[in-house]
Ligand binder design. Structure first.
Ligand SMILES: [Mg+2]
Length: 300
């Protein structure tokens, strides 16, 4: 018996989610055989506890998530039994960066839901594991990339994309670079001096900034990209190139892939994962968990 649950974050998508949920309910009323149970999240962390409760048994469970990357992250962090759980993302948040890797941009959540339920196609995808504790579906960032999220979270106006551009520009103008000691796949490697350091599963961060254009979500590899020290006057041009997916090819940037990375810093640093912040970190370990997540996708 396959249980179907819809987890909805009513605060995502600038509060428009409830209107969409009403349309979903209308469609479900017309299709009562589907028997979808709807859960509204009430606070931060609620989606994690819901997912934990719903996936701890042996029943086959489909979790549909109506919300942004943050809600998807919460659900991912709650999944107990990956073998019996299918996750379907109905993107309705401010960023929706992860689904860009699936080439889903501005879809109608109802069309997606119909596709997931009428003709389910499953893709086994990777996720990132931070410090053996926190799961991230899209990306983990350090230094300025984490501070940009911190700064953006304090903004109330503008579109998410504009918020990210403003936050990136302001932080880049006043941010300094940090030295990171890297160990890549357990091989002690080099020191790098970087202003911006991201470890991607998906291709984009910050509402469409493409930092890892070649990243694949099922190749068992972390796509690392970083910005070295650069002339601050080039900040805007860097961001424009990032938007077009060309930042990864600039001489100020570097990139590589790996399965695991350890990063040591001399000073406390902020780590960001799928938009969540973890402060006061000096040692960061990120590893890929290959193809553990059963993700519902739309057949092209
Ligand atoms: Mg990958």
């Amino acid at each position: 018996m396959n249980e179907i649950h819809l987890i909805c974050n009513p605060t995502s998508g600038k509060g428009k989610t409830l209107t969409t949920l009403d349309r979903i309910k209308e469609w479900l009323n017309a299709n009562p055989k589907l028997n979808v149970q709807i859960h509204l999240t009430e606070n931060v962390g609620h989606a994690t506890s819901l997912a934990r409760d719903l996936t701890k048994g042996d029943n086959k469970v489909t979790l549909l998530v109506l919300g942004g990357d943050g809600t998807v992250n919460e659900v991912l962090n709650g999944i107990v039994n990956f073998k019996t759980t299918h996750l379907g993302i109905l993107p309705f948040g401010s960023g929706n960066d992860f689904v860009r890797a699936l080439k889903i941009i501005n879809p109608d959540p109802i069309d997606l839901m119909k596709a997931y339920l009428s003709n389910p196609k499953v893709m086994n995808v990777d996720y990132l594991l931070l410090n053996d504790k926190y799961r991230a579906i899209n990306e983990i960032g350090l230094g300025m990339s984490a501070e940009v999220i911190n700064y953006r979270n304090k903004m109330k106006h503008f579109s998410p994309e504009t918020q990210y551009k403003i936050a990136s520009t302001v932080r880049a103008l006043f941010w300094k670079s940090f030295t990171y000691n890297l160990s890549i796949d357990k091989n002690p490697s080099s020191k790098i001096n970087s202003m911006w350091f991201t470890m991607n599963n998906g291709i984009a961060v910050g509402s469409g900034m493409v930092t890892a254009p070649d990243a694949k979500i099922d190749d068992g590899l972390i796509s690392v990209s970083f910005v070295k020290k650069f002339n601050r006057l080039k900040t805007l041009s860097l961001l424009m190139k990032c938007k077009k997916g060309k930042m990864a090819y600039m001489k100020e940037t570097g990139r590589f892939t790996c399965k695991e990375i350890d990063i040591d810093t001399d000073i406390d640093t902020v780590v960001e994962f799928d938009g969540n912040l973890l402060e006061h970190q000096k040692h960061i370990n990120v590893k890929i968990v290959p193809q553990e997540l059963k993700l519902l996708v739309v057949e092209k």
